[in-house]
Design a protein around this ligand. Structure first.
Ligand code: PLP
Length: 409
């Protein structure tokens, strides 16, 4: 049960890395949309696993292997609980990217035929574009792209119009844009898609640290995310799938651990989720992710969102005073992701200046090249906030950008 109050200085003491310096200045880590920092409980869980429990899972009869198996299973249970699914709906993968590739490669051909169409949006991360393009080249279906409105929201009416077309079979959509911060109305879109029998794949990479997702209630077919964006380790992620869809899907990769019987005459496959988890899994990663989910579960999501939004508002209000400041993504339905450009200053120059002040932000296309084209920029600067960031850091960002502008312009 969530009960821990959002005492930020106490929370910061959970994250050892926040006490290091960056270029000899206190680190202000404002690149949380790229990856989040890890609390000590996650770091310790990984270290403890390798110190005390390391063994391959699924195969050993000895105590050590049983202990490893138990911890691995416990992690799956933590994830299942958070997202309101059963453990057989939790497929471990390397991250959102692998998860979306799995869904495209294994599920895509079951629903998309030559002459069919699917929807993506202009604000998708490359991880939710390229796997579908690869599949489309093989099968010959059409990818239709939902436009972005000037405030960075989806053109909802466009989606409703497309849903009424006969050959539209699938929509793959980000729940939350890593560049614009836009929170897409996925509940509404999934419900509407279901009326037409259209399959739904949600890229939840950015959603998980800012939203509480009830997979059953949402009702989508798939939801993929990466552990490292939600205070877990890198190299581990999850695809949540509806039971019907997972049951009918062929394996994504072949190898050990995903089979029932193997012979040269033919092979039968393990039930889900093992069918999609070929090879030795990232056991330590899964355990770390389970711990991260348990850690995050202590907090009310509304407290987290309110805190992050407060920081975002401080930053955007301060930066808006700068002549030539443009925020990309201004819909009120957005998370604490602030993408911006300042006329006459290259985002990379700005980030380099901020780095010298101890402030870590991201610049570039954010793996959203099609969106950059829509926005008419090559790159943006992006500050993205997490629950451990402070008002002081948001103010430092504003002051440092103002200083940068006075020097660089
Ligand atoms: N989708 C979105 C919206 C993202 O922001 C990211 C990463 O930034 C991904 C997918 C891919 O995640 P990963 O690189 O962890 O697989």
């Amino acid at each position: 049960m969530a009960s821990r109050s959002l005492d930020i200085s106490q929370i910061r003491s959970d994250f050892p890395i926040l006490h290091r310096e960056n270029r000899s200045k206190p680190l202000a880590f404002l690149d949380n949309a790229a990856t989040s920092q890890k609390p000590a409980c996650v770091i310790n869980a990984i270290s403890d696993y390798y110190t005390h429990t390391n063994s391959n899972v699924h195969r050993g009869v000895y105590e050590l292997a049983e202990d490893a198996e138990n911890l691995y299973h416990q992690a799956r249970k933590s994830i299942a609980r958070r997202f309101n699914v059963t453990v057989d709906q939790v497929v471990f993968v390397r991250g959102a990217t692998e998860g979306l590739n799995l869904v495209a490669q294994s599920f895509g051909p079951l629903v998309l035929e030559q002459g069919d169409a699917m929807i993506l949006s202009e604000m998708e991360h490359h991880a939710n574009i390229v796997p579908w393009q690869i599949l489309s080249q093989k099968i010959g279906f059409e990818i239709r792209v939902c436009p972005t409105l000037p405030n960075g929201s989806l053109d909802r009416e466009w989606i409703s119009r497309e849903f009424r077309k006969k050959n539209l079979k699938l929509i793959a959509l980000t729940a939350l844009s890593n560049t614009l911060g836009t929170v897409n109305p996925i509940e509404e879109i999934v419900a509407e898609a279901r009326q037409y029998g259209i399959k739904t794949v949600i890229d939840g990479a950015q959603s998980v640290p800012h939203q509480k997702i009830d997979f059953q209630k949402l009702g989508c077919d798939f939801f993929a995310f990466s552990g490292h964006k939600i205070f877990g380790p890198m190299g581990i992620g999850v695809v949540l799938g509806s039971k019907d869809s997972l049951q009918n899907m062929p394996p994504y990769q072949g190898g050990g651990d995903m089979i029932d019987q193997v012979s040269f005459e033919g092979t039968t496959f393990a039930p889900v989720p093992q069918r999609f988890e070929a090879g030795t899994p990232n056991v330590a990663g899964a355990i770390g992710l389970g711990k991260a989910i348990d850690y995050f579960d202590q907090f009310e999501i509304s407290d987290v969102v309110n805190h992050e939004n407060n920081l975002y508002q401080i930053a955007r209000t301060g930066l808006a005073e700068i002549a030539g400041f443009v925020e990309h993504g201004t819909t009120p339905h957005k998370a604490a992701v602030l993408s911006f450009t300042i006329e006459g200053i290259h985002p990379h120059d700005l980030a380099t200046f901020l780095d010298a002040q101890g402030i870590a932000i991201r610049t570039g296309h954010h793996c959203c090249q099609p969106l950059m084209k829509v926005l008419g920029v090559e790159a943006t600067a992006r500050a993205s906030f997490a629950l451990y960031n402070t008002e002081e850091e948001a103010n430092r960002l504003v002051d440092a950008v103002k200083k940068a502008v006075s020097i660089l312009k």
